[in-house]
Design a protein around this ligand. Structure first.
Ligand SMILES: *[C@@H]1O[C@H](CO)[C@@H](O)[C@H](O)[C@H]1NC(C)=O
Ligand SMILES: *[C@@H]1O[C@H](CO)[C@@H](O)[C@H](O)[C@H]1NC(C)=O
Ligand SMILES: *[C@@H]1O[C@H](CO)[C@@H](O)[C@H](O)[C@H]1NC(C)=O
Ligand SMILES: *[C@@H]1O[C@H](CO)[C@@H](O)[C@H](O)[C@H]1NC(C)=O
Ligand SMILES: *[C@@H]1O[C@H](CO)[C@@H](O)[C@H](O)[C@H]1NC(C)=O
Ligand SMILES: *[C@@H]1O[C@H](CO)[C@@H](O)[C@H](O)[C@H]1NC(C)=O
Ligand SMILES: *[C@@H]1O[C@H](CO)[C@@H](O)[C@H](O)[C@H]1NC(C)=O
Ligand SMILES: *[C@@H]1O[C@H](CO)[C@@H](O)[C@H](O)[C@H]1NC(C)=O
Ligand SMILES: *[C@@H]1O[C@H](CO)[C@@H](O)[C@H](O)[C@H]1NC(C)=O
Ligand SMILES: *[C@@H]1O[C@H](CO)[C@@H](O)[C@H](O)[C@H]1NC(C)=O
Length: 398
């Protein structure tokens, strides 16, 4: 909103253009598409809980299609998203194969012919570096990485529509890295920052580092993500500018990583985030810290890291990137001992933020008032000139 008040004349023209074209369309196109959600923990497993981590299955059934969200902590935490063109497709787990983690086929979506697309996001590593010179250069003075596949993961705590997973390692003490998955039946926004716009075709993953003992007093962190698919993920992350920061104060950008079938322009899925992390659980504006990401690069060995990827994909191809938290001059992790970041993962094209009615009203008033004044001014000047002209043309005759 701050932006709206501080616009220069040029920016107003841009605003006006934007208002009358795409932004306006996206406002009126806000749909009411819904999905029926159902949750199942460890499908097909009939004793208390499987060794080495839970598997959550969320079915999200639309009119003629189903999204299967699978979230698992066998190895590195992984979210697998399978889109089928049938409202009755199902997930079959062969637990013998799934737990042995040495072949694919332990988890299948049936019928196989109904699968439109599939992709997984793997949280593979947490990296830490000692930023002695406060330059936020994440390539220098790295500590040995934390492999998330080696963490001790808690059982999944379900509080529908969300699931919480926390992991720790002996050196963390009370500290933990937690992930919270939320799945949605319709479009909306979370109450807490960054208040990403989600739809029934996306899920949200919150990640936070709580009370981790930093290995240096100038420690900063990075998180390594991998996207796995049969289709090749697009190897670039698109950063879009927005002039509206109403929902995420002071952040005017959104980053998105989209994937499509090899050679096709159709977007099959996406990961989207705002380049901001928060240093407190209930953040104030000064607790926001910007993030950056490295260019995506092909990775190997993802199937060994994630049980879910091993079980579902026969020949997984993966592309990874690092998200680094904090810029030069920003407070270090030890300032609060907390850091949280939020990611949206879904099928189809990423949601596009549109102007809210509040901002539209402000814009209408802000742009409309000067225009009316201009018009009125113009009319007055015209009338005045006419009268003047009338006087000057008639006077000589008199
Ligand atoms: C689970 O159920 C199957 C068949 O329904 C049965 O053969 C198996 O013994 C059960 N396992 C446990 C641990 O109860
Ligand atoms: C669902 O699929 C059927 C058959 O393919 C089609 O006739 C119907 O129009 C579809 N419904 C919707 C809501 O897309
Ligand atoms: C599960 O996999 C094992 C090992 O490959 C196989 O022996 C078994 O028959 C499978 N179970 C089912 C129900 O397909
Ligand atoms: C996978 O591991 C199981 C036991 O852990 C073993 O019986 C099986 O032969 C292995 N399969 C392959 C393909 O290596
Ligand atoms: C920090 O700055 C000092 C002095 O400029 C330099 O010698 C050192 O290499 C720098 N350390 C890092 C990690 O960049
Ligand atoms: C863990 O938390 C408890 C209670 O909050 C505290 O007393 C204890 O010192 C903490 N231990 C570590 C290693 O941080
Ligand atoms: C979600 O997916 C369904 C089915 O593919 C599609 O009809 C709908 O337009 C999508 N909604 C959004 C907001 O992308
Ligand atoms: C993608 O397409 C390129 C050329 O069009 C081809 O060389 C490559 O093998 C394809 N990759 C996959 C995974 O199909
Ligand atoms: C993330 O950063 C670490 C340390 O610089 C590097 O070893 C790793 O390859 C990076 N990962 C990706 C996917 O770029
Ligand atoms: C964090 O570490 C820096 C550098 O040593 C130090 O100046 C600062 O006081 C520490 N902050 C806290 C809250 O411990």
């Amino acid at each position: 909103m701050a932006a709206v008040w501080t616009l220069s004349g040029g920016a107003r023209a841009v605003l006006l253009l934007c208002w009358f074209s795409s932004c306006h369309i996206s406002v009126s196109a806000a749909g009411t598409f819904t999905r029926q959600l159902s949750f199942q923990l460890n499908p097909g497993w009939n004793s208390s809980s499987p060794p080495a981590g839970d598997l959550l299955h969320v079915r999200a059934v639309g009119n003629n299609d189903t999204l299967h969200f699978l979230f698992c902590s066998q190895g590195a935490p992984t979210l697998l998203l399978v889109h089928t063109d049938s409202a009755s497709s199902s997930v079959q787990v062969n637990w013998t194969q799934f737990l042995s983690r040495n072949t694919s086929g332990g988890l299948q979506v049936e019928p196989e012919s109904s699968v439109l697309s599939s992709a997984a996001v793997v949280f593979s590593r947490l990296l830490e570096y000692d930023d002695v010179n406060n330059t936020a250069d994440p390539t220098s003075d790295l500590f040995p990485p934390y492999e998330l596949r080696d963490f001790i993961w808690s059982r999944l705590q379900l509080s529908s529509p969300a699931a919480l997973l926390c992991g720790t390692t002996p050196t963390f003490g009370n500290g933990s890295l937690c992930l919270q998955l939320s799945v949605f039946d319709l479009e909306g926004r979370d109450q807490s920052w960054p208040r990403l716009l989600h739809s029934a075709n996306s899920s949200q993953l919150g990640v936070w580092l709580d009370g981790i003992p930093p290995r240096a007093s100038h420690s900063r962190f990075l998180l390594e993500l991998q996207v796995v698919g049969g289709a090749s993920p697009v190897s670039s992350v698109d950063v879009r500018q927005s002039i509206d920061d109403e929902f995420t104060p002071s952040i005017f950008k959104v980053s998105q990583w989209v994937w499509s079938e090899n050679g096709s322009a159709d977007v099959l899925g996406f990961a989207q985030w705002k380049p901001v992390a928060y240093r407190r659980r209930r953040p104030a504006l000064e607790d926001a810290t910007p993030c950056r990401h490295s260019p995506p690069r092909p990775q190997s060995g993802v199937a060994a890291a994630s049980g879910l990827v091993r079980a579902f994909f026969s020949e997984p191809q993966s592309v990874g990137l690092n998200v680094s938290f904090g810029l030069a001059g920003e407070p270090f992790y030890n300032s609060t001992g907390f850091l949280s970041w939020t990611l949206l993962v879904g099928v189809g094209s990423p949601p596009v933020d549109s102007f809210s009615p509040l901002v539209l009203t402000i814009m209408a008033v802000g742009l409309g008032t000067p225009m009316i004044l201009l018009l009125l001014g113009g009319v007055c000047v015209c009338l005045h000139k006419r009268r003047e002209a009338a006087r000057t043309t008639y006077e000589p005759i008199n």
